[in-house]
Design a protein around this ligand. Structure first.
Ligand SMILES: CC(C)(COP(=O)(O)OP(=O)(O)OC[C@H]1O[C@@H](n2cnc3c(N)ncnc32)[C@H](O)[C@@H]1OP(=O)(O)O)[C@@H](O)C(=O)NCCC(=O)NCCS
Length: 316
């Protein structure tokens, strides 16, 4: 779990509450939950503790899997971080009004739980079963229930005060670095008069972001492509198949039109049928072969693997 420091930090003596985003302690912790941290050195940590670590420039909460040397790992296994710097021990977590203490007696359970879950998660079959279950829960049958749970969704342009909600959503669902989002949201997307670009979010009745995309110049990300592109379109599974992506795209189209753009572009993995279908429904059509080749060559030079379909929509 990547922790967003200073968003909700209220020190009480040597303890600190931090709000988290990311998936390294999923399913124990989810995006938006908070953790209480007791500062300590490596010597104060034992196997099965949940440690707050500084890994490169990020704060993460991981389970301690060994102490000599200190090695920590996500709850579902995966990349271990032997070089992280320990900052403290997580002593409780909070989800909404629920407070769950993590006393020292819970260490053996957490340690064994981590080993069991990591073992299961490393098997492709177990992951496939989990994905099937997850897809089932976002299918049409659960839509009425999900609609009631989410309440009326509001799809609108993001404002500077939406930064916290965006960073929590980004930590869980986006691959875009937080500093980039912060800089763009507080600059180009909301403040700079005359600059192009915008970000749109879908908010549930509790004000949580459950869908997002932005429109910007690709050169902001180092790719030499002209025009404005729809980027990072993601809808949280709980809000899928309700037309949220369609509304986000049409809101970006309206804003691009208002800013004077005559067309906008999108690039989509060639096997992403849900996304291709949504863009087509919003009026996007395939771009020229020349542009498609250019995008794919820029994309593979920057490390992309899958072929991309390039689409564009004329705004008249
Ligand atoms: C792609 C994504 C954004 C769609 O969001 P959404 O809010 O569910 O989309 P909408 O409800 O507006 O429309 C989805 C369309 O795709 C169809 N669809 C949804 N899931 C589908 C699936 N698994 N297979 C095929 N079609 C699917 C829907 O029937 C709908 O088509 P219709 O409008 O003709 O009925 C969402 O699935 C997502 O976030 N996926 C992961 C991230 C991603 O792939 N982003 C796109 C990057 S370009």
């Amino acid at each position: 779990m990547d922790l967003v420091a200073l968003v909700e930090a209220t020190p009480t003596g040597r303890q600190l509450w931090l709000r988290g985003a990311g998936r390294s302690l999923y399913p124990l912790l989810r995006s938006g939950d908070s953790v209480r941290v007791l500062r300590c050195e490596a010597e104060g940590l034992a196997r099965g503790d949940v440690a707050l670590m500084k890994v490169r420039r990020q704060l993460v909460a991981h389970v301690v899997v060994s102490t000599q040397p200190l090695v920590t790992a996500p709850l579902l296994g995966g990349k271990k971080d032997p070089e992280g710097l320990p900052l403290g021990r997580i002593t409780a977590l909070r989800r909404g009004s629920l407070l769950l203490p993590l006393p020292r007696v819970s260490r053996p359970t957490l340690f064994l739980g981590q080993r069991l879950l990591a073992g299961l998660w490393s098997r492709p079959k177990a992951r496939a079963v989990f994905r099937r279950l997850r897809d089932f829960t976002v299918s049409g049958w659960s839509r009425p229930l999900r609609k009631r749970w989410l309440g009326e969704l509001e799809v609108r342009l993001l404002r500077a005060e939406d930064l916290d909600a965006l960073l929590v959503f980004a930590g869980e669902r986006l691959l875009v670095p937080s500093p980039f989002l912060r800089q763009q949201l507080l600059g180009r997307w909301t403040r700079e008069a005359g600059s192009m670009g915008a970000a749109v979010g879908a908010f549930d009745k509790k004000g949580r972001l459950c869908g997002f995309a932005y429109l910007d110049d690709y050169r902001q990300e180092g790719l030499q492509l002209e025009g404005l592109w729809v980027r990072s379109l993601v809808v949280a599974p709980r809000a899928r198949r309700m037309g949220v992506a369609f509304q986000i795209i049409t809101c970006l189209m309206d804003e691009a039109r208002r800013q004077g753009a005559d067309r906008i572009f999108a690039d989509i993995d060639d096997d992403n049928f849900a996304s291709l279908r949504t863009f087509r429904r919003a009026g996007f059509r395939g771009s020229s072969t020349e542009l498609t080749l250019q995008v794919n060559s820029e994309w593979s030079a920057s490390g992309g693997i899958k072929p991309l379909v390039v689409m564009e929509c004329e705004l008249n």
